[in-house]
Structures are given as structure tokens and as C-alpha cells.
Design a protein around this ligand. Sequence first.
Ligand code: HEC
Length: 458
Amino acid sequence: MIYRTACIAILFTILRGANALAACPEPPSTNFADEATTLFNCSSNRPLIGGEGLPKFQVHYDFPQTLPDSSNLPWLAIDPFADPGGYMLSILHYATKVNARPDIDWRIQDNAEESWCDAPWFQDLREPLHGMTSERWSRPKELHALQTDWERNWAVGIYNDVACYGVGQMWDDPTFPKTKDFAFADGALGVKMLFTTAMPSEVPFLTGSKEWQVAANDDGSIITMRMLQLDISVKDKRSPNGWFFGTFMYDATQPGDNPYERLVPVGLIWGSDPDLTMSAYLSKAAVAKESWVNPKVAERFYALPRHNLGLNGRANGPVDNPLSACITCHQQALDWGRAVLPNTPAAKQAAELLPNVPSDPFDEETAKAYFINIGSASPVPGAQSLDYTLQLAKGMAAFRTWVIKNFPDHAASTTDIPPYPFKDESQDNMMQPLSASTDAHRFDQEQTDPSTQGMFSR
Ligand code: HEC
């Protein structure tokens, strides 16, 4: 008997070791609490081929138990409207000061001077070397006139201590996330670095940028990628909507001793400019009033098919969907209090309640429904806002999907908000076992597969 158990254990180890080096560990038991906690703490469930000797991504949940003092954050001394570039650079300096040091290189668990954290429930999407997740692709000529190929982009996001306090309020108990009345405190900061497969031969401004080995291929093999964009989201009550979103891009022509010093502010946005319709833009020369866009950077893109970075000149990044804008997409972060499985009546209603990036910017009715300002209100009354933070929304959706598929009896007892009352739903639809995760993918900046990416043809 003992012999048989040992044999099975050895066989199991061999099988696991052979095909998935970065697989999540086995939970100590198959009960709900053990499985939920093991997955919560799992860094990456994606494969890795090669990469021996390279440090692995380690998910890090340093959640302060009390709200950190945010009165001395350096950017508070700068007026974001009078000096948007300076405001952004002060945040960039704060975020990179320790994290970007070569001995840390964004392994936030090694940062002994500050506390930063990751967002939970991305174990199935994070690659095992840097915890990066797949982003929208860049189509030919979107980044530079010399770009001939589709390029892949991957990104990793982290949060400062003020934000981590909020994440900890939500995820203090990995078996029972709490989202009721969720909101971050002022001073919360998200930072996201985007790396691309584009080579300097196609996108010359990437020359000399920071390179990372990323296990981005489906089989776990490694690609070299380089830093293209760095995004920030900061909760600051000076914004009429409570948040500023800013983006930097790497620019080889800038002076600087290291790649971070060659990041230039691209734009800052604090509202969706609801009145900036296509007709106002084209026939009345209307401009974005709730964005600042760095004119020197913007002019790099005018001659390209995308023309602007965000729709009609709203702030957005080079990697982002040119039909959208940072804050407009982000304000849709929410928790339904339940899973929303794909191809169900609930998913259909969810899509209607949260309008997606309009595929036709000339369709003014659809564009107007999308480019709204909501302040701190929920994007859907009756659902809980997750305060403009889409990683939290996607992680929560992944957790709820896992619960309904594996422990349906726990669905009701793992939410502290009422499940959103979608109409006309039979239990059968709710329980349908489906492989894709949830409607959360609708937040993807766009389809990541170029064969299905048809939006924003101009
Ligand atoms: C069309 C939608 C969309 C647009 C436009 C967009 N984002 Fe995001 N953003 C996302 C999604 C989805 C995530 C979660 C990423 C993931 O899957 O890991 C995210 C994550 C982030 C994060 C990490 C914190 C968080 O909210 O989870 C930051 C910071 C961020 N984005 C900043 C920006 C900035 C700055 C811009 C504009 C330059 C921008 N985003 C434009 C969809 C968007």
C-alpha cells in the first residue's frame, strides 16, 4: 500500500515536472479554502521552457493593515493642470527610485525600503519570469512608419502601499473577497510597464531600451521584448473624476544614463471629454479639454494611420486602442458580485450595460454612450465599482468564475454584495461549464489575435 502510494507520488512528480515547470502547487487538500488559498498565492500557472538561472516572478501581497500616510507624496506639490509633465515625472521617479534599481529590477518582494504589491488572481495569465500578461497587439505602422509586422505586447502592473492597503481590504481573506463600498484612498498609485516584440529596425525609437526575457509563447519558450510604454494611474482629488491616468513612452533620441531617463511624458487624462464627438472634432476643430497631450510626442503619430493616440486627440498610449482613452476604459472596473460566464444571457446583458470601445467612431450615439464621465459612481447601478482598477476587476471575475465552476455551492457565500440581478436567467445557463474565463476579456484593449482584430480601420 505504502509502495503504491509512493509510486503514484513519484509518477505524479515526473508528469508535473515534465510539462509545466511553473505550475501552481498542489493544495494541501481539495477543500474549498485550501484550493482557493493555493491559487491565490500561485505566481504563475503558465509553462516555462529554458530560462534556467533567470529569476522567476513571485507574486507579492504586501498589504498594509493601516492606511499609509499619503500627505507627503511628492506629486502633491505639483499642479497637474499647470505642469502635467512635471506631475507625471515626479510619479515616475517615485515608482522607479527603488523598483528599477538593477538589483531589484521590479522584483518588488526584494524592495526592502518600500511596500508594493501585485493584484490577485492572475495566475493563469501571468508568465513565469516577470508576471507579465498579454496585451493588445500593435498592428503594422501603428508604432512607426517602418513597422511591417504585427507586434505583441506584454505588461506587468504593480501598486504602491496606499493602493495595496485597499487591495488588502478586499483580499484579506482569500476565501471571501469583500468589495462592498470599495474605493481607494487618495495617493493610490498603479504602475504598468508595457514591453513589445518590436525591434529597433522597425521601430527605431526603441533603440537602447530596456530588454527583458519574457516567457510569452504558449509553449513557455522565451522572447526578448523591450520597454515601450509605462502607464500610471493615480487617485488624486484634484481630478474631477478622482483619477489621473498618464503614460510615458521610451524615446531613444532623449538624453539619459539609463532607459528610464529616456521615458518621455506622452499624455495625462482626467476625464473622457463627452462633447468631443467626431463631428465636433472634424467640423468645429474641437480639442480635448480633459487631457493634456505632449505636442512633441503627438506629432510622431500624426502621419501614421492612427493619427491620434486616443480618439480625437484624447490622451492614450502608443500601445493602446486609438478609438479609446485611458480613463474611459478604466472607469468600467466593477464587480457583479457573481460570475458572468461567456455565452450566457448574463454576459449579453453585461455587454449592453457596459458599452465597449465603439468600433465605428462616426457612430455618435454609441461613442457618446462610451465617452462619459462618472466620477466615483458605479459604471452600472447595482454593481459595485472597483474604482477604475481593471486588474482588480479581472482578478475578481477570474475568482468568481473559478468558484462557480469548481465550488458552485460557495458562490453565494463568497460575495459581500448582492449578486447583480440579471434578467431571464435559468440556472442551467449559470452552471454551464465553459473554458474561457468570463466577460472580463471584454476589457482587453482589443482582440489580441490579429486575425480577429478588425477595429479602427481608417
Ligand atoms: C480599452 C481599454 C483600456 C485602455 C484604453 C487603457 N487601459 Fe489600462 N488597463 C486595461 C486593462 C484590461 C487592464 C488590466 C490589465 C491586465 O489584464 O493585467 C489595465 C491595467 C492598467 C493599469 C494597472 C492598474 C489597473 O487599473 O489595473 C494601469 C496603471 C493602466 N492600465 C493605465 C492605463 C493608462 C495610463 C492608459 C492610457 C494611456 C490605459 N491604461 C488605457 C484596459 C485599458
